[in-house]
Design a protein around this ligand. Structure first.
Ligand code: SF4
Length: 363
């Protein structure tokens, strides 16, 4: 598939429309029947996807849909955006909220798990519904409550919590808001004296890179130190548009890091992960975390074993530059937070033993 094929289904749309994030958002595909005429090779479990979408709604931007490889079975984009029957048939005993986020909210939609930072869920809406999302429980009930009331609650809590120095603005996807609303959020949070650092978590560079505009970058620049964390999971997402979006952020002085999820069939082989990590490095995006896929209801079929994840990362560690290597972690509920998943192989242990004198000299 490519941009032309997808664009042809919108009779009066131009290439200018394609590059406009609002057009992308307004023209999202929300029914499998609306994309049936595209040359997509579905997985067997994706044939009746509309049934699944009534539980976990579908949303795909024309841009992200155009990244699907026409006849590639096992396509990484298809797996991440087209509903799959296994979302409602397997792993139904998994919790909807495995990190128990909903119980860690001192005020609505603000998660405070760690002493010095908190996570502000400013929206439940996203450009694309990533099928592996650990917050897919939000999709059926988007944006509950009033935007200003929610922001006011965040600000009052932050003012009463001097130990919080960093606020992660997330969701949903905060860049779903237009520039004006986003600036109201940033300015409001920045009024709190103890907030030193703002972090934005957004998948827009991967799923709708046209959202990163010059105006947006100008706004974000005003609120530095501001860090931007995004989520590329496959080298197929590292397009020229995505690279341009990341570069615009970087040129505005905003460091861009990546937090991938380890997803079965998408990036769980050494070859695919290596291509992703090298690709990120080439566009100056730092691979930061690789999250083990959480036990979320509706995500059973995306999960790999921890053992295979450790083995894959151990092998990559032997050949890849440290700058290309994310930390492989499992996020668990409570203050323990992110647990590094590492093991030292017997051959590595033997090598360390051989060079014991080296360690002795320096400890
Ligand atoms: S953009 Fe993030 S929060 Fe939204 S569906 Fe994708 S993974 Fe979930």
């Amino acid at each position: 598939m490519n941009k032309k094929i997808v664009l042809s289904s919108f009779k009066n749309a131009s290439s200018k429309d394609w590059g406009d994030w609002r057009w992308q958002l307004q023209n999202r595909f929300t029914k499998i029947s609306s994309i049936k005429h595209f040359p997509i090779k579905y997985f067997p479990n994706q044939i009746n996807a509309d049934k699944i979408a009534s539980v976990y709604p579908m949303a795909v931007t024309p841009y992200y849909l155009s990244l699907i490889q026409e006849d590639a079975s096992g396509d990484a984009i298809t797996a991440q955006c087209i509903p799959d029957m296994r979302e409602i048939t397997l792993g139904q005993k998994y919790p909807e909220d495995p990190l128990e986020e909903d119980s860690k909210m001192p005020v609505p939609k603000l998660i405070h798990r760690y002493t010095d930072r908190c996570l502000a869920l400013v929206t439940e809406v996203c450009a694309v519904h990533c099928r592996h999302c650990n917050r897919k429980r939000f999709w059926a009930k988007p944006n509950s409550g009033n935007f200003k009331t929610r922001l006011g609650g965040f600000i009052r809590y932050l003012e009463k919590s001097p130990q919080i120095r960093e606020v992660i603005i997330s969701g949903g996807d905060p860049l779903i808001y237009d520039d004006e609303k986003l600036e109201i959020i940033l300015a409001g949070i920045k009024t709190v004296q103890n907030v030193e650092i703002i972090r934005i978590g957004s998948r827009m560079p991967a799923v709708m890179p046209m959202r990163i505009t010059k105006t947006l970058c100008r706004i974000l620049k005003r609120y530095r130190p501001l860090w931007f964390n995004t989520q590329f999971n496959s080298p197929a997402e590292l397009t020229a548009d995505a690279a341009r979006a990341c570069n615009m952020l970087q040129e505005a002085g905003i460091p861009v890091s990546n937090q991938s999820v380890l997803i079965k069939g998408v990036n769980d082989s050494e070859d695919k992960m290596r291509a992703l990590l090298y690709g990120l490095q080439k566009i100056s995006v730092r691979p930061y975390y690789l999250f083990h896929c959480e036990p979320v209801k509706g995500c059973w079929h995306f999960r790999t074993s921890i053992e295979s994840g450790i083995k894959m990362m151990e092998n990559l560690r032997r050949e890849c530059s440290g700058l290309a290597l994310p930390q492989y972690v499992a996020d668990i509920p409570g203050k323990a937070g992110k647990i590094p998943l590492v093991s030292i192989s017997s051959s590595t242990k033997a090598q360390m033993h051989k060079y014991q004198y080296f360690f002795d000299n320096f400890t």
